[in-house]
Design a protein. Structure first.
Lengths: 274, 334
């Protein structure tokens, strides 16, 4: 029997849920509102009704061309994600289907690197980048973001692969599939939903990454996260322009996220629900 | 051709010996059933033959060729798994075609074999569906179809019917037997269900704790079980086993009497007891007789007309010629 829910409690919970959602969404909403104000309105104080002035967007676009960091963001996010998948698919395959006694330890160790504050390794990585000429290059950022997100990508793929019954792979082996055929025709197609949500989540993580992108770029390879940061300059804060830059930076990922909600939820629950 | 010979084949997982060295001959075209309680090593033995597990010792010969170190695909055997192990992202047609695609069979030959298999297995209308849209019995048929098109030298079945309901199981049992009659290919079939073993097999291999207890035709095993384990395992309902004084009377450590070899009377006989449960199947009646002082319950198979109820006092008399005798170590005494 379905649990009975009274009408009143249903209304109560619905209102509460909307309220919590609004609180979470409010900073983003207020950023968008502020971006539509003039600079004077923006520093005047709290006001939810903007004058719908697009002057901030114009200034931002004229001062710092938006498309250059946008393209950098696309290349870095997509590039680092693809590179991570190329490394992670065989790694996760090996750990899921021919585990050793140490597999769990390796997985835990990989995850533990994510617990370390990034700033702790800033100096060595900065120096490596400087000496190898990777500083302020897209290649450098693709590599560093791939490495930073690799543990999460491997973990997610590992959990997806673990859901694939071993008998199916044995059947493929009996049917004459080589290791390559097994990965190509059986494993990858079956893992496509998992790989897709891993890819989406990783693109979002890479897109929003702000520590390494800001530290390791100046102008050439600076993605949108660095673009936003450039508006909190020593000359003073320009709230409206900063908000306009932020809105332009988050818009692509917001749209991508909106269209891929289902995949993302599946990805974020780490294969716990089917 | 599908003659399979195991020579001293053994399997160890770490320090645990799952299968002590054993020898077994499977003739070309035979329907061999490996049967035993769960954990007896029957599935492991099948997986060793398939090549999905490596042998720790010994050799596996297929048609006289040493296949011990061959990959599963090179052995020319096809396997049907308990979970069917169909490829969920492929249509039925592509599932059946997969082994041929791997073997690079020409496309028109592939289509010919798929159509023939689909016709034989009543799958023609389902070829474009995904496995998820099929019933359990249909999935099982797809798995069999995928095995047939490879034209293997032997089929390996790993408890293929255990996920089906009772009615479907009987139907599939017949279909597999018919398939064997038609193809005349060697089949090795693993099950824990001795009814499946008795009804389908040319030759039954009874396994217990990794050891082969007895190899023989269903009737040989039923009529002359080599030891007390086989006696108790083969036959439904189970053989009644008695030890102690009852057995000593016949000069044995254990004696066994099949339920159909015990006569029932309400007037007099050898052993006195009380009817516990009586099962009226129409053709037969199974009586579970209690309070005999010999064993907890004695199972008796009587004709369908018997009208005995719970609590009735009965006398049981075993057919002296049909008593199986076993010594201290459980081996048969003749």
């Amino acid at each position: 029997m379905a649990r009975a829910i009274s009408r009143n409690s249903k209304i109560g919970w619905t209102v509460a849920a909307w309220l919590v959602a609004l609180i979470i969404f409010f900073p983003i909403l207020y950023t968008i509102i502020t971006s539509l104000k003039t600079e004077q309105e923006a520093i005047a104080g709290f006001d939810l009704i903007p004058s719908f002035s697009f002057s901030s967007y114009e200034t931002v676009q004229n001062q710092n061309n938006y498309f250059r960091p946008f393209m950098n963001s696309v290349v870095i996010a997509v590039g680092s994600t693809l590179l991570a998948l190329i490394v992670a698919i065989p790694a996760a395959w090996a750990m899921a289907f021919s585990p050793t006694k140490r597999t769990k330890d390796i997985l835990m160790w990989m995850l533990s690197t994510k617990m370390m504050p990034a700033v702790a390794v800033l100096v060595p990585i900065y120096l490596i980048f400087l000496r190898t000429g990777l500083m302020d290059t897209r290649t450098g950022l693709v590599i560093i973001l791939m490495l930073m997100n690799l543990p999460i990508v491997i973990w997610m793929l590992y959990t997806y692969f673990r859901e694939i019954p071993g008998e199916i792979l044995e059947a493929a082996r009996m049917d004459g599939a080589t290791l390559r055929d097994e990965i190509l025709y059986i494993l990858t197609p079956m893992a496509v939903p998992g790989i897709a949500s891993t890819m989406l989540l990783n693109i979002i993580l890479a897109w929003n990454e702000a520590f390494w992108t800001i530290q390791l770029t100046t102008t050439n390879a600076a993605p949108l996260s660095a673009f936003i940061a450039s508006f909190s300059s020593p000359q003073g804060l320009f709230w409206a322009k900063l908000s306009a830059a932020s809105t332009m930076a988050i818009a692509p990922i917001l749209i991508l996220g909106w269209f891929s909600q289902k995949q993302l939820v599946r990805g974020l629950t780490f294969g716990a629900v089917k | 051709m599908g003659r399979i010979t195991l020579e001293g084949v053994a399997k160890r997982f770490g320090d645990v010996e799952v299968i002590p060295p054993l020898n077994l001959d499977i003739e070309d075209g035979e329907f061999v059933v490996f049967v035993g309680p769960s954990g007896c090593g029957k599935s492991t033995l099948l997986r060793l033959i398939a090549g999905l597990e490596d042998v720790s010792d010994g050799r596996i010969l297929i048609d006289g060729q040493d296949a011990t170190d061959e990959s599963p695909a090179k052995r020319g055997l096809a396997m049907v798994f308990q979970s069917y192990a169909l490829y969920p992202h492929m249509s039925v047609r592509k599932n059946i075609a997969f082994p041929m695609k791997m073997a690079k069979v020409p496309q028109d030959e592939q289509n010919r074999r798929i159509d023939a298999a689909a016709k034989a297995l009543n799958l023609t209308d389902y070829l474009e569906r995904r496995p998820g849209q099929l019933s359990g019995g249909q999935r099982q048929r797809v798995a069999i179809g995928r095995a047939i098109v490879r034209e293997p030298s032997a089929f390996l079945f790993d408890e293929p019917l255990s996920n089906l309901d009772a009615a479907l199981r009987v139907g599939m049992r017949l279909e597999i037997s018919e398939l064997h009659n038609r193809l005349e290919t060697t089949m090795i079939y693993v099950t824990h269900d001795q009814v499946e073993a008795m009804t389908m097999a040319d030759k039954i291999v009874v396994l217990h704790a990794g050891r082969i207890e007895q190899v023989g035709s269903p009737l040989e095993l039923y009529l002359r079980p080599k030891n007390a384990f086989v006696a108790g395992f083969i036959g439904s309902p189970k053989m009644n086993l008695f030890s102690g004084e009852t057995a000593a009377e016949y000069g044995a450590a254990t004696i066994g009497v099949r339920p159909e070899h015990i006569g029932v009377s309400t007037e007099g006989g050898k052993w006195k007891g009380r009817v516990g449960v009586s099962e009226h199947l129409g053709s037969d009646t199974f009586l579970y007789v209690e309070d005999t002082g010999l064993a907890e319950t004695i199972t008796v198979r009587s004709d369908g007309e018997v009208r005995l109820r719970h609590g009735d006092t009965v006398w049981l008399t075993p057919n002296e010629d049909k008593i199986h005798k076993f010594d201290q170590s459980g081996d048969r005494i003749d």
